[in-house]
Design a protein around this ligand. Structure first.
Ligand SMILES: [Cu+2]
Length: 468
C-alpha cells in the first residue's frame, strides 16, 4: 500500500513539474544540417529535441475515423421539427412570477400588411417582493421579441411619455405601456412584449401570433433627419458600415496571424524556460508593432475628423437613463386589502392553495375573479369573466376555486382559502419553483364588484411543497 502511494505521488509530481518533464526521455532529431549553417526560425542551429509521440495503431485510426463519420451522420437521423417556442419558459419561475407582472396586454391587430402600423399596449405591476438574488430594476428596457427584423418599432411610450432609453422601474410601482410597430417581412410569427432587466434576462409578457401579409419589397422606412434630408433607413450608410467592419476584421485577423504563424505554446514555453525570450521577437516585429501603435489611432482620428466635418450637426448616441415615475397605485390601491398568510403546492394535483386575509374597503360586495402569475391566468367560473383581450394568455377558465363563494360584503374582513388548480403549473414550467432556492411565488389577484369596478392585489408568500 505504502509503495503504491509513493508511486502515485511520484507520478503526479512528475506530471505537474515541467522541469521534470524536460528531464524525461527526449530524442534528438535533426531538422536541417548544422554543418552548412542552416538556422531555424529563431536563428538557432537546427537540432531540436522532441519527446516521441505514442504511435497510434492503424486499426485505431480507422476506428476513430469511422466513429467520427457515424457521429456526423447521426445528426441526420434526428427528426427536425420547426421550433414553436423561444425560451418563454426558460427563466426561473420565481423571476417570471415576482419581477414584471403583466396584465391587460392588447394588440390593435393581429393580421396586417407590410408597412401597416399596429400597436401593443398593456399594463404591468413591478412586484414589491422583488427576488433578493435578482438585481434591482435600475435599468430595464421594454422591447418586442421577434424572430428577426420582421417588424420595426416606430414609437414607444411608458405611462404616456415617449422614451428612447432604458428606464429605472420602482418595485411596487404600476405602469402602462404602448409600442407602435410597422410590418416589415411577411409571415406568421409569435411575438411578445418583454422587459430586458439588466444582469437578469428577459421577462416575457404574453405572446400572440401575428400574420404579416403582402410583399417584402413594398416595405419603406424613410425618415427625415434634423437637417431636413429624407433618408432611407434600409440602405442608409450600409456601404460605410460594411467597409469599416471588414477593414477592422481584416486588420485584426492579419495581426493575429502575424503572431500565430510561428511556433506557439509548447515551443514558446520551452524557449522561455531556457531564457531565450529575447529571440521570440524579431526587430521587424517591433517595427510592425510601432507602425500599428501609431497608425491605428491616427487613422481613427482622421476618419473622425472627416465625419465631424461632413456632418457638423449631429447628436451622439444617447446613453442616459429615462426617468419615468410610476402611475398612481393600480395594484394594492388601498381599497381592497389582501394579506397572504401561507401557500402550499400539491405536486400530484398540480394545485397551489393560498390562505388569504381579505378586507373589503369598498362600498360594494366583491368577488375573486382571477389569479394571474407568470402569464398564466386562472379564472373563477362563478364570476363573469372579463374580456380576455387579444393576447392569448395561457388561461385555465375554471382553474380557480374559493372555499366560500359568497361575495365579500363592504367592510367585511374574511380569511379565505383559494386554490389554483391546472396542469398549466407543469406545462408552463412554473412548478419548478419548488426546486429553486427561492421558492416564493408572486401574482396578481383580481376582484370584481359586478358593476364594472375592478380591484387588484398582489400576492406573495413562501411556497411549501406537498409531494403526496
Ligand atoms: Cu412566443
Amino acid at each position: 500500500m505504502k509503495t503504491l502511494m509513493k508511486t502515485l505521488i511520484k507520478e503526479s509530481h512528475y506530471k505537474l513539474n515541467p522541469s521534470m518533464v524536460r528531464l524525461a526521455h527526449h530524442e534528438r532529431i535533426q531538422l536541417g544540417s548544422p554543418e552548412n549553417g542552416q538556422k531555424d526560425y529563431y536563428g538557432r542551429n537546427n537540432i531540436t529535441t522532441v519527446r516521441p509521440e505514442p504511435v497510434e495503431g492503424h486499426n485505431q485510426k480507422l476506428l476513430k475515423c469511422l466513429m467520427f463519420l457515424a457521429l456526423i451522420f447521426s445528426v441526420y437521423m434526428i427528426t427536425i421539427q420547426p421550433v414553436m417556442a423561444h425560451g418563454e419558459k426558460a427563466l426561473e419561475p420565481f423571476i417570471r412570477m415576482r419581477t414584471i407582472q403583466w396584465y391587460d396586454v392588447q394588440w390593435s391587430k393581429q393580421k396586417f400588411n407590410v408597412n401597416e402600423e399596429i400597436s401593443v399596449s398593456g399594463k404591468f405591476h413591478v412586484a414589491e417582493d422583488w427576488p433578493a438574488s435578482v438585481p434591482k430594476p435600475e435599468a430595464a428596457f421594454l422591447n418586442i421579441s421577434t424572430p428577426g427584423p420582421v417588424l420595426i418599432r416606430t414609437e414607444r411610450y411608458l405611462n404616456g411619455k415617449p422614451y428612447m432609453n432604458s428606464v429605472a422601474l420602482q418595485p411596487g410601482g404600476d405602469y402602462d405601456f404602448k409600442v407602435v410597430l410597422k410590418g416589415r417581412l411577411p409571415g406568421h410569427y409569435h411575438i411578445h412584449p418583454f422587459f430586458n432587466l439588466k444582469d437578469t434576462g428577459q421577462v416575457m409578457g404574453p405572446g400572440v401570433w401575428l400574420d404579416i401579409v403582402g410583399d417584402a419589397a413594398d416595405f419603406t422606412n424613410k425618415i427625415q433627419t434634423i437637417n431636413g434630408a429624407l433618408v432611407n433607413m434600409e440602405t442608409y450608410g450600409l456601404g460605410n458600415g460594411i467597409f469599416w467592419h471588414s477593414f477592422w476584421a481584416v486588420l485584426a485577423t492579419a495581426w493575429l496571424l502575424w503572431w500565430v504563424r510561428r511556433p506557439l505554446f509548447i515551443a514558446r514555453y520551452r524557449m522561455l524556460q531556457a531564457g531565450l525570450e529575447d529571440e521570440l521577437i524579431t526587430p521587424f516585429d517591433r517595427k510592425t508593432g510601432k507602425a500599428i501603435l501609431i497608425g491605428v489611432p491616427l487613422l481613427v482620428f482622421a476618419a473622425y475628423s472627416m465625419t465631424a466635418n461632413k456632418y457638423p450637426k449631429a447628436i451622439p448616441l444617447q446613453a442616459s437613463l429615462d426617468q419615468i415615475l410610476p402611475l398612481p397605485a393600480q395594484v394594492n390601491a388601498g381599497v381592497v386589502g389582501v394579506e397572504t398568510i401561507k401557500a402550499e403546492y400539491r405536486v400530484p394535483e398540480r394545485t397551489m392553495t393560498f390562505s388569504l386575509k381579505i378586507k373589503n374597503g369598498s362600498d360594494k360586495p366583491i368577488q375573486i375573479g382571477e389569479f394571474a402569475t407568470g402569464n398564466v391566468r386562472f379564472f373563477n367560473k362563478d364570476v363573469p369573466k372579463p374580456e380576455l383581450g387579444s393576447s392569448e394568455s395561457v388561461a385555465s377558465s375554471e382553474g380557480l376555486s374559493v372555499d366560500n363563494a359568497a361575495p365579500i360584503q363592504p367592510g367585511e374582513q374574511r380569511t379565505m382559502t383559494i386554490a389554483a388548480k391546472d396542469a398549466l403549473w407543469e406545462s408552463e414550467r412554473l412548478d419548478g419553483l419548488i426546486n429553486d432556492a427561492d421558492s416564493r411565488f408572486g401574482g396578481l389577484l383580481f376582484f370584481y364588484d359586478g358593476q364594472g369596478e375592478r380591484y387588484i392585489a398582489s400576492l406573495t408568500a413562501a411556497v411549501i411543497p406537498k409531494f403526496n
